[in-house]
Design a protein around this ligand. Structure first.
Ligand code: ATP
Length: 320
Protein backbone atom coordinates (compact mmCIF):
# COMPACT_ATOMS: atom_id res chain seq x y z
CA UNK A 1 0.00 0.00 0.00
CA UNK A 2 1.16 3.51 -0.81
CA UNK A 3 1.66 5.57 2.36
CA UNK A 4 3.87 8.47 1.27
CA UNK A 5 3.46 10.42 -1.97
CA UNK A 6 5.74 13.14 -3.37
CA UNK A 7 4.79 15.70 -6.04
CA UNK A 8 6.95 17.79 -8.37
CA UNK A 9 6.45 20.21 -11.25
CA UNK A 10 8.85 20.00 -14.18
CA UNK A 11 9.57 21.40 -17.66
CA UNK A 12 8.12 24.77 -18.65
CA UNK A 13 5.84 26.23 -15.99
CA UNK A 14 2.14 26.45 -16.80
CA UNK A 15 -0.74 28.31 -15.13
CA UNK A 16 -2.73 25.79 -13.09
CA UNK A 17 0.27 23.83 -11.80
CA UNK A 18 -0.37 25.23 -8.31
CA UNK A 19 -4.05 24.34 -8.51
CA UNK A 20 -3.03 20.80 -9.43
CA UNK A 21 -0.48 20.64 -6.63
CA UNK A 22 -3.23 21.71 -4.23
CA UNK A 23 -5.59 19.04 -5.57
CA UNK A 24 -2.97 16.29 -5.24
CA UNK A 25 -2.02 17.28 -1.70
CA UNK A 26 -5.60 17.63 -0.49
CA UNK A 27 -6.78 14.42 -2.18
CA UNK A 28 -3.80 12.58 -0.70
CA UNK A 29 -4.38 13.90 2.82
CA UNK A 30 -8.08 13.03 2.48
CA UNK A 31 -7.02 9.44 1.72
CA UNK A 32 -4.79 9.39 4.80
CA UNK A 33 -1.47 9.62 2.91
CA UNK A 34 1.65 11.52 3.98
CA UNK A 35 2.32 14.16 1.34
CA UNK A 36 5.68 15.58 0.21
CA UNK A 37 6.81 18.12 -2.37
CA UNK A 38 10.05 18.19 -4.34
CA UNK A 39 11.44 21.66 -5.10
CA UNK A 40 12.96 22.44 -8.55
CA UNK A 41 11.51 19.49 -10.45
CA UNK A 42 13.64 16.50 -11.37
CA UNK A 43 16.79 18.44 -10.46
CA UNK A 44 15.51 18.81 -6.90
CA UNK A 45 14.80 15.10 -6.83
CA UNK A 46 18.40 14.34 -7.74
CA UNK A 47 19.59 16.82 -5.09
CA UNK A 48 17.17 15.43 -2.51
CA UNK A 49 15.19 18.64 -1.87
CA UNK A 50 12.08 16.84 -0.56
CA UNK A 51 9.83 18.31 2.17
CA UNK A 52 6.72 17.08 3.93
CA UNK A 53 3.66 19.34 3.61
CA UNK A 54 0.27 19.70 5.22
CA UNK A 55 -3.00 21.32 4.20
CA UNK A 56 -1.78 24.82 5.17
CA UNK A 57 0.76 24.59 2.36
CA UNK A 58 -2.08 24.63 -0.15
CA UNK A 59 -3.80 27.74 1.13
CA UNK A 60 -4.30 30.57 -1.38
CA UNK A 61 -2.44 28.88 -4.24
CA UNK A 62 -5.36 27.78 -6.40
CA UNK A 63 -5.36 31.06 -8.34
CA UNK A 64 -1.61 31.64 -8.48
CA UNK A 65 0.31 31.40 -11.76
CA UNK A 66 3.71 29.72 -12.07
CA UNK A 67 4.60 26.96 -9.62
CA UNK A 68 5.35 27.61 -5.96
CA UNK A 69 7.60 24.54 -5.81
CA UNK A 70 9.44 25.84 -8.90
CA UNK A 71 10.49 23.98 -12.02
CA UNK A 72 13.85 23.26 -13.55
CA UNK A 73 15.40 21.46 -16.48
CA UNK A 74 18.10 18.84 -15.98
CA UNK A 75 19.16 17.28 -19.30
CA UNK A 76 21.44 14.81 -17.46
CA UNK A 77 18.33 13.04 -16.19
CA UNK A 78 18.56 10.95 -19.39
CA UNK A 79 21.63 9.28 -17.88
CA UNK A 80 20.72 6.15 -15.94
CA UNK A 81 23.03 6.94 -13.02
CA UNK A 82 21.27 10.31 -12.53
CA UNK A 83 17.74 8.93 -12.57
CA UNK A 84 18.90 6.12 -10.25
CA UNK A 85 20.20 8.71 -7.78
CA UNK A 86 16.75 10.36 -7.83
CA UNK A 87 15.04 7.00 -7.23
CA UNK A 88 17.44 6.27 -4.35
CA UNK A 89 16.62 9.66 -2.78
CA UNK A 90 12.91 8.80 -2.81
CA UNK A 91 13.67 5.46 -1.17
CA UNK A 92 15.78 7.22 1.51
CA UNK A 93 12.68 9.26 2.38
CA UNK A 94 10.62 6.04 2.25
CA UNK A 95 8.41 7.63 -0.38
CA UNK A 96 6.35 5.04 -2.24
CA UNK A 97 5.12 7.04 -5.23
CA UNK A 98 5.77 10.21 -7.21
CA UNK A 99 3.34 12.47 -9.07
CA UNK A 100 5.00 14.60 -11.79
CA UNK A 101 3.19 17.55 -13.38
CA UNK A 102 4.76 18.53 -16.73
CA UNK A 103 5.00 17.74 -20.41
CA UNK A 104 6.37 14.99 -22.65
CA UNK A 105 9.94 15.37 -21.39
CA UNK A 106 8.83 15.11 -17.77
CA UNK A 107 6.94 11.91 -18.59
CA UNK A 108 10.14 10.44 -20.09
CA UNK A 109 11.85 11.29 -16.81
CA UNK A 110 9.07 9.56 -14.86
CA UNK A 111 9.37 6.56 -17.16
CA UNK A 112 13.10 6.36 -16.33
CA UNK A 113 12.24 6.48 -12.60
CA UNK A 114 9.62 3.76 -13.04
CA UNK A 115 12.36 1.51 -14.51
CA UNK A 116 14.15 1.94 -11.15
CA UNK A 117 11.05 0.67 -9.34
CA UNK A 118 9.39 4.01 -8.45
CA UNK A 119 5.62 4.13 -9.01
CA UNK A 120 5.01 7.33 -10.97
CA UNK A 121 1.89 9.15 -12.10
CA UNK A 122 2.23 11.84 -14.77
CA UNK A 123 -0.16 14.77 -15.08
CA UNK A 124 -0.05 16.85 -18.29
CA UNK A 125 0.80 20.46 -17.44
CA UNK A 126 2.24 22.55 -20.29
CA UNK A 127 0.92 25.54 -22.21
CA UNK A 128 1.77 23.97 -25.60
CA UNK A 129 -0.94 21.27 -25.53
CA UNK A 130 1.50 18.92 -27.26
CA UNK A 131 0.97 15.75 -25.17
CA UNK A 132 -0.35 12.74 -27.12
CA UNK A 133 -2.16 11.02 -24.28
CA UNK A 134 -4.59 13.87 -23.58
CA UNK A 135 -6.85 16.22 -25.54
CA UNK A 136 -5.85 19.07 -23.26
CA UNK A 137 -3.06 20.02 -20.88
CA UNK A 138 -3.21 22.22 -17.77
CA UNK A 139 -2.25 25.78 -18.76
CA UNK A 140 -3.26 25.69 -22.42
CA UNK A 141 -6.59 27.46 -21.91
CA UNK A 142 -5.01 30.21 -19.81
CA UNK A 143 -2.17 30.78 -22.28
CA UNK A 144 -4.69 30.94 -25.12
CA UNK A 145 -6.70 33.59 -23.26
CA UNK A 146 -3.52 35.57 -22.62
CA UNK A 147 -2.69 35.49 -26.33
CA UNK A 148 -6.21 36.64 -27.18
CA UNK A 149 -5.94 39.54 -24.69
CA UNK A 150 -2.70 40.64 -26.33
CA UNK A 151 -4.05 40.29 -29.87
CA UNK A 152 -7.18 42.28 -28.96
CA UNK A 153 -4.95 45.13 -27.79
CA UNK A 154 -2.74 44.91 -30.86
CA UNK A 155 -5.81 45.03 -33.09
CA UNK A 156 -6.71 48.43 -31.62
CA UNK A 157 -3.39 49.96 -32.50
CA UNK A 158 -3.02 48.04 -35.78
CA UNK A 159 -6.40 49.36 -36.90
CA UNK A 160 -5.51 52.94 -35.98
CA UNK A 161 -2.46 52.80 -38.26
CA UNK A 162 -3.72 50.42 -40.98
CA UNK A 163 -1.02 47.91 -40.18
CA UNK A 164 -0.39 44.24 -40.66
CA UNK A 165 0.75 42.61 -37.38
CA UNK A 166 2.74 39.38 -37.32
CA UNK A 167 2.37 37.89 -33.84
CA UNK A 168 4.66 35.09 -32.72
CA UNK A 169 3.26 32.64 -30.16
CA UNK A 170 4.70 29.58 -28.39
CA UNK A 171 4.26 25.98 -29.54
CA UNK A 172 7.30 24.93 -31.51
CA UNK A 173 6.19 21.39 -32.37
CA UNK A 174 2.48 21.86 -31.97
CA UNK A 175 0.40 24.59 -33.59
CA UNK A 176 -2.55 24.40 -31.20
CA UNK A 177 -1.86 27.76 -29.54
CA UNK A 178 -1.46 29.42 -32.96
CA UNK A 179 -4.49 27.78 -34.54
CA UNK A 180 -6.86 28.21 -31.59
CA UNK A 181 -5.75 31.85 -31.25
CA UNK A 182 -6.25 32.45 -34.98
CA UNK A 183 -9.74 31.02 -34.78
CA UNK A 184 -10.63 32.92 -31.61
CA UNK A 185 -9.33 36.19 -33.08
CA UNK A 186 -10.61 35.79 -36.63
CA UNK A 187 -7.02 36.29 -37.78
CA UNK A 188 -6.29 36.81 -41.47
CA UNK A 189 -3.56 34.18 -41.40
CA UNK A 190 -1.92 31.46 -39.30
CA UNK A 191 1.48 29.87 -39.85
CA UNK A 192 2.39 26.74 -37.88
CA UNK A 193 3.57 23.16 -38.49
CA UNK A 194 0.04 22.02 -39.32
CA UNK A 195 -0.67 25.07 -41.47
CA UNK A 196 2.57 25.97 -43.26
CA UNK A 197 3.22 29.32 -44.92
CA UNK A 198 2.05 29.63 -48.54
CA UNK A 199 3.60 32.96 -49.38
CA UNK A 200 1.81 33.69 -52.63
CA UNK A 201 -1.61 32.88 -51.11
CA UNK A 202 -0.88 35.16 -48.15
CA UNK A 203 0.46 38.01 -50.29
CA UNK A 204 -2.53 37.80 -52.64
CA UNK A 205 -4.93 37.99 -49.75
CA UNK A 206 -3.14 40.95 -48.13
CA UNK A 207 -2.92 42.82 -51.45
CA UNK A 208 -6.67 42.39 -51.85
CA UNK A 209 -7.26 43.64 -48.29
CA UNK A 210 -5.04 46.65 -48.94
CA UNK A 211 -6.92 47.42 -52.15
CA UNK A 212 -10.20 47.22 -50.21
CA UNK A 213 -8.77 49.64 -47.64
CA UNK A 214 -9.19 47.17 -44.74
CA UNK A 215 -8.09 48.66 -41.45
CA UNK A 216 -5.65 45.94 -40.34
CA UNK A 217 -4.49 42.36 -40.78
CA UNK A 218 -3.48 39.89 -38.05
CA UNK A 219 -1.20 36.92 -38.79
CA UNK A 220 -0.41 34.44 -35.98
CA UNK A 221 2.91 32.59 -36.30
CA UNK A 222 4.29 29.67 -34.22
CA UNK A 223 7.76 30.20 -32.78
CA UNK A 224 10.93 28.86 -34.42
CA UNK A 225 9.37 28.22 -37.82
CA UNK A 226 10.70 31.26 -39.65
CA UNK A 227 12.22 34.68 -39.15
CA UNK A 228 9.15 36.89 -38.65
CA UNK A 229 11.11 40.10 -39.19
CA UNK A 230 12.23 38.85 -42.59
CA UNK A 231 8.66 37.86 -43.46
CA UNK A 232 7.40 41.26 -42.28
CA UNK A 233 9.83 42.93 -44.69
CA UNK A 234 8.59 40.77 -47.56
CA UNK A 235 4.94 41.47 -46.73
CA UNK A 236 5.58 45.22 -46.66
CA UNK A 237 7.36 45.05 -50.02
CA UNK A 238 4.85 42.74 -51.71
CA UNK A 239 1.58 44.13 -50.35
CA UNK A 240 2.21 47.72 -49.31
CA UNK A 241 1.03 47.04 -45.74
CA UNK A 242 3.00 48.79 -42.99
CA UNK A 243 3.95 45.54 -41.21
CA UNK A 244 5.09 45.11 -37.58
CA UNK A 245 6.15 42.09 -35.55
CA UNK A 246 5.36 41.21 -31.94
CA UNK A 247 6.89 38.28 -30.03
CA UNK A 248 4.67 37.44 -27.06
CA UNK A 249 7.33 35.19 -25.50
CA UNK A 250 7.18 34.14 -21.85
CA UNK A 251 4.32 36.49 -21.17
CA UNK A 252 2.19 33.58 -22.40
CA UNK A 253 3.27 31.43 -19.45
CA UNK A 254 2.21 33.84 -16.73
CA UNK A 255 -1.00 34.85 -15.04
CA UNK A 256 -3.72 33.41 -12.89
CA UNK A 257 -5.16 30.17 -14.31
CA UNK A 258 -8.63 30.34 -15.84
CA UNK A 259 -11.46 28.55 -14.03
CA UNK A 260 -11.28 25.92 -16.78
CA UNK A 261 -7.62 25.17 -16.03
CA UNK A 262 -8.24 25.09 -12.27
CA UNK A 263 -11.02 22.55 -12.72
CA UNK A 264 -8.93 20.43 -15.10
CA UNK A 265 -6.10 20.57 -12.54
CA UNK A 266 -8.47 19.42 -9.77
CA UNK A 267 -9.79 16.51 -11.87
CA UNK A 268 -6.29 15.38 -12.86
CA UNK A 269 -4.94 15.69 -9.29
CA UNK A 270 -7.80 13.71 -7.78
CA UNK A 271 -7.40 11.00 -10.44
CA UNK A 272 -3.66 10.71 -9.80
CA UNK A 273 -4.25 10.06 -6.09
CA UNK A 274 -7.11 7.68 -6.86
CA UNK A 275 -4.74 5.61 -9.04
CA UNK A 276 -2.25 5.47 -6.17
CA UNK A 277 -4.98 4.15 -3.86
CA UNK A 278 -5.37 1.04 -6.05
CA UNK A 279 -4.47 -2.26 -4.40
CA UNK A 280 -1.66 -2.75 -6.89
CA UNK A 281 -0.81 0.67 -8.33
CA UNK A 282 1.32 0.97 -11.48
CA UNK A 283 3.01 3.87 -13.26
CA UNK A 284 0.47 5.70 -15.39
CA UNK A 285 -0.24 8.98 -17.18
CA UNK A 286 -3.52 10.81 -16.58
CA UNK A 287 -5.32 12.66 -19.36
CA UNK A 288 -8.66 13.82 -20.66
CA UNK A 289 -10.31 12.42 -23.79
CA UNK A 290 -13.71 13.64 -24.93
CA UNK A 291 -14.19 15.18 -21.48
CA UNK A 292 -13.61 11.85 -19.69
CA UNK A 293 -10.63 11.56 -17.36
CA UNK A 294 -8.52 8.67 -18.64
CA UNK A 295 -5.20 7.01 -17.75
CA UNK A 296 -2.68 4.92 -19.66
CA UNK A 297 0.33 2.80 -18.71
CA UNK A 298 3.34 5.13 -18.83
CA UNK A 299 5.17 3.15 -21.55
CA UNK A 300 2.10 3.36 -23.79
CA UNK A 301 1.37 7.04 -23.06
CA UNK A 302 4.83 8.36 -23.95
CA UNK A 303 4.57 6.80 -27.42
CA UNK A 304 1.20 8.40 -28.21
CA UNK A 305 1.33 11.15 -30.81
CA UNK A 306 -0.54 14.40 -30.40
CA UNK A 307 -3.58 14.40 -32.64
CA UNK A 308 -3.16 17.30 -35.01
CA UNK A 309 -6.31 19.28 -35.25
CA UNK A 310 -7.20 18.86 -38.91
CA UNK A 311 -10.81 19.82 -38.31
CA UNK A 312 -9.63 23.07 -36.76
CA UNK A 313 -7.43 23.85 -39.76
CA UNK A 314 -10.37 23.47 -42.14
CA UNK A 315 -12.50 25.69 -39.93
CA UNK A 316 -9.83 28.40 -39.93
CA UNK A 317 -9.54 28.25 -43.74
CA UNK A 318 -13.31 28.43 -44.13
CA UNK A 319 -13.75 31.44 -41.83
CA UNK A 320 -10.73 33.51 -42.89
P1 ATP B 1 7.36 21.67 -21.66
O1 ATP B 1 7.08 21.01 -22.98
O2 ATP B 1 6.24 22.48 -21.16
O3 ATP B 1 8.66 22.41 -21.63
P2 ATP B 1 8.43 19.17 -20.69
O4 ATP B 1 8.16 18.33 -19.50
O5 ATP B 1 8.28 18.49 -22.04
O6 ATP B 1 7.52 20.46 -20.57
P3 ATP B 1 11.31 19.23 -21.03
O7 ATP B 1 12.28 20.33 -20.79
O8 ATP B 1 11.27 18.60 -22.38
O9 ATP B 1 9.89 19.80 -20.59
O10 ATP B 1 11.61 18.05 -19.98
C1 ATP B 1 11.67 18.31 -18.59
C2 ATP B 1 12.73 17.46 -17.97
O11 ATP B 1 12.41 16.07 -18.18
C3 ATP B 1 14.13 17.59 -18.58
O12 ATP B 1 14.84 18.69 -18.04
C4 ATP B 1 14.77 16.28 -18.18
O13 ATP B 1 15.22 16.36 -16.84
C5 ATP B 1 13.60 15.30 -18.24
N1 ATP B 1 13.64 14.54 -19.51
C6 ATP B 1 13.35 14.98 -20.74
N2 ATP B 1 13.52 14.01 -21.66
C7 ATP B 1 13.95 12.93 -21.00
C8 ATP B 1 14.33 11.58 -21.40
N3 ATP B 1 14.28 11.19 -22.66
N4 ATP B 1 14.72 10.73 -20.42
C9 ATP B 1 14.77 11.11 -19.13
N5 ATP B 1 14.44 12.36 -18.70
C10 ATP B 1 14.05 13.25 -19.62
Amino acid sequence: MIRKIAILTSGGDAPGMNACLRACIRAGLYQGKEMYVVYDGLRGLVEGDIRQVNKDFTQDIINRGGTIIRSARIPEFKEEAVSKKAADNLRDFEIDALIGIGGDGTFRGLQALSKHGVICIGIPGTIDNDVGSTDETIGFATALNTICDCVDKLKDTSGSHQRCSLIEVMGRHCGDLAMFAALAEGAEGVICVEHPLKKEVLFRKLRKMKAQNKSHAIIIVSENLLDINELAGEIAKETGFDTRTEVLGRLQRGGSPTAHDRILAARFGAKAVELLCDKEPTSRIVGIKQNEIVDYPIDEAVEMKHRHTHGLRDLIDMLQ
